[in-house]
Structures are given as structure tokens and as C-alpha cells.
Design a protein around this ligand. Structure first.
Ligand SMILES: Nc1ncnc2c1ncn2[C@@H]1O[C@H](COP(=O)(O)OP(=O)(O)OP(=O)(O)O)[C@@H](O)[C@H]1O
Length: 240
């Protein structure tokens, strides 16, 4: 069964940019990497998929619900990390997570443990946190209550390599528990460590969707370099 389905979903902004009609599906229990350069349309897709933007055409379903018509039912079962995490600056990270947990009617314990794994000091006021550490607060909030579907807009953006590795480990654990992850990123080398499938968006258009093994098989496995002159002579020139 598919956890997420886009059926001809599109979003046209006044300037013409946005998302061209796009159809794709994400099977339950998979990590789906959604790749594209700056401005490719990843955030637009995610915000339309979640019903924050009204689609120009088409529809999206999450866990069998039409997103636009059943937003509350969908949002109750989805953990979402927005591209820009906005938090009340005067609250500590612990307060943010405890309040978010109360709103979701779940225990904050899991999120506080995740914060510890990510090396986040939850006693700090979020207004004093770095971008990466605010990102960690947003991620802990998205994971609250172990939602069935996680939709994460560039979750590792701005994180140090250790925290990035912890995030990827958290996503693998979510998959091992049968949960579904929709993960946007600029970087294939990061997504390939965790994704089962990837889609590539360019200029608001889906240009590829394939499994990681098919994508890898299509990438050059060997690079051959030809020197215009004998190698020893080339190195000698470089050293000179
Ligand atoms: N509210 C809006 N009104 C008009 N154009 C918009 C709006 N939001 C986004 N766009 C345009 O839609 C295109 C896709 O933007 P989007 O933010 O979805 O890209 P992205 O892939 O998430 O980029 P990034 O990796 O930089 O976050 C861009 O050309 C952007 O300028």
C-alpha cells in the first residue's frame, strides 16, 4: 500500500514557477528521497502535498486521506519539518517540545531523548540557538509521538556531520518500525545512504524517479582520465 500519492498535483504561482503536474507514490515503510537544486520546487511540493498551499490541479493522498479535504486527519498522523523552523525565541527547547507534545497529546520523553542523541541542550532559549540547533528542535518536534509518516524538508541542512549521521540513523530506525519518510535534499550523496527510492525535480518538473539500485547502476562506475602528455612530464610541470 502507498502511504503518499500525488496524482497530477501541480501548483502554479503568479510568476509561472511552482510545480508542474506531478504523479508519484511512496510505498508504506520506505524512505523516499526528493532531490533538487535551489528553486527546483521541493518546498512547494511539500507544502502543497500537506495542504498548506491549494493545488492548481490534481490531488494528494496521505494514508488514504485526500489532503486538501481532510487536512486535520492527515496532520494528526504526519510529522512535518518545515524548511524554515520558526519557534518562539523566549521559550527553551524543552518548553517548545513539551508544549508541542501536549498539543499532540503524546509524551515529550521520546523527543527529549532524540534531542540528547543530537547533542541539543534543551535548557537553552531557542532565540539564542544557532540555525543548526533550531533545526534539531524542529526535527525533535516532527518526530514527537512516532508519526506514521514523516515529511522532512531538508532535515540535515545546516547540521554538522555528526548530527547529520544521527539524523540518517533516526530515519533508518523510523523505517525499521514500518514508518514512511519523505525526505527532501539537495544532495544525492546524503540521501543515498538512507533512501529506497529517489525522485529528482528540476525547474518544477519531475525528471527521474527510480530505486536507489537502478539509479546507482546508471551512474558512471569508472572514470577514465587521459593525459595530453606523459604523466611524469605533467607532474614535473605541476611541481615547477
Ligand atoms: N509564494 C510564492 N510565490 C511565487 N513564487 C514562489 C512562491 N514560493 C516559491 N516560489 C517559486 O517557486 C519556485 C520553487 O521554489 P521552492 O521554494 O519550492 O524551491 P526549493 O526546491 O524548495 O528550493 P530550495 O532548495 O532553495 O529551498 C522558485 O522559483 C520560487 O521562487
Amino acid at each position: 500500500m502507498n502511504a503518499i500519492t500525488l496524482d497530477g498535483l501541480s501548483k502554479q504561482f503568479a510568476g509561472g514557477a511552482g510545480l508542474q503536474p506531478t504523479s508519484l507514490s511512496v510505498p508504506t515503510g520506505q524512505v523516499f528521497g526528493f532531490l533538487g537544486q535551489n528553486g527546483a520546487g521541493k518546498t512547494t511540493t511539500i507544502r502543497t502535498l500537506l495542504g498548506f498551499l491549494r493545488p492548481t490541479a490534481g490531488q494528494a493522498q496521505i494514508l488514504g486521506h485526500d489532503v486538501w479535504h481532510n487536512r486535520a486527519a492527515v496532520h494528526a498522523r504526519v510529522g512535518y519539518l518545515p524548511g524554515e523552523v520558526k519557534l518562539r525565541p523566549g521559550h527553551t527547547a524543552r518548553e517548545v517540545l513539551t508544549r508541542a507534545a501536549a498539543l499532540r497529546r503524546v509524551s515529550p520523553q521520546g523527543a527529549l531523548q532524540t534531542a540528547e542523541r543530537l547533542g541539543l541542550d534543551v535548557s537553552r532559549r531557542v532565540g539564542t540557538l544557532s540555525k543548526g540547533n533550531r533545526q534539531k528542535v524542529g526535527l525533535c518536534a516532527a518526530l514527537l509521538g512516532d508519526p506514521e509518516v514523516l515529511i522532512l524538508d531538508e532535515p540535515t541542512d545546516g547540521l554538522d556531520p555528526l548530527a547529520q549521521a544521527t539524523v540518517l540513523a533516526l530515519l533508518r530506525e523510523a523505517r525499521a518500525q514500518g514508518r514512511t519518510v519523505f525526505l527532501s535534499s539537495h544532495v544525492l550523496s546524503e540521501v543515498e545512504h538512507v533512501a529506497d527510492q529517489v525522485a529528482i525535480l528540476r525547474g518544477g518538473r519531475l525528471v527521474r524517479q527510480e530505486t536507489l539500485s537502478t539509479l546507482r547502476a546508471g551512474l558512471p562506475q569508472r572514470l577514465s582520465v587521459r593525459f595530453a602528455r606523459p604523466r611524469a612530464a605533467t607532474w614535473a610541470r605541476c611541481r615547477a
